[in-house]
Design a protein around this ligand. Sequence first.
Ligand SMILES: [Zn+2]
Ligand SMILES: [Zn+2]
Length: 273
Amino acid sequence: MFLTDYHIHSTCSDDGHNTMLEMVMASYEKGVRQLCFTDHCDIDHFRTGEPNPNCFLIRRQMLDMYKNTLPAVPKDMKVLLGLELGEGNHDAAEAKKIADSEELDFVLGSIHNLKGKPDFYETKYSSDERSQALIDNYMEELLELSRIDCFDVMAHIGYPSRYIRKGGERVEISTRTYGDTLTALLKNLIERGKGIEINCSGFRTPPGGGSLPSVDILRLYKELGGEIITVGSDAHRVTNAGVGLAEGFDILRDLGYKYVAVFVKRKPSFLKI
Ligand SMILES: [Zn+2]
Ligand SMILES: [Zn+2]
């Protein structure tokens, strides 16, 4: 099966464990034939939530590693260069500037932390009320990001649900709990020619938990007329390369999607699935 992976990290990300070439070869083994690196560039520091003016210092390292990797890529595989740009809504001007970098084929727009707060992954959840307030704020920030032209595809909608608990249970971000906000968000993206991804990291354990966003949100996006959808493993090490992508493609086919999007120089094209 022909698989694409438009969300994958290398050692250019602080939390990446393998070089681009290692990730390419491990992905190839799993059937991936088109892959786009999306290393982290977070407008904020993940531990403090404070602005990180040096966030795009990885640029040089990223360009060099990419250039050195290309000659070793198998002939029947295509490897592109993108970025996972975090918290673009916290500094729209800076985010636009970074996203406009000429070498980029693709930009994922993510929110990993709220303004002035640490990454959801790093946050302590002291009470149910606080958990709820954080999720409400997250949804507001996603809406804000959806209006800023600094990315092509919104990454992992529902990200904090992996880490936030309420009454001991994972918080649900679904059409049942946030229907109106999600409809507004997805409409914004569609009107602006942007897409969403199906992030498949939840098909490995840990973290588990299925796709991000959840299937009901993927269905709503399609019902609203959304067509641009990419598939991503969000792998940070070779053992996770390609893992979960086939499940992601299956979900899209079950929902009636006929194509996945791929990007070159920030322009989408569509591959039949
Ligand atoms: Zn992310
Ligand atoms: Zn990622």
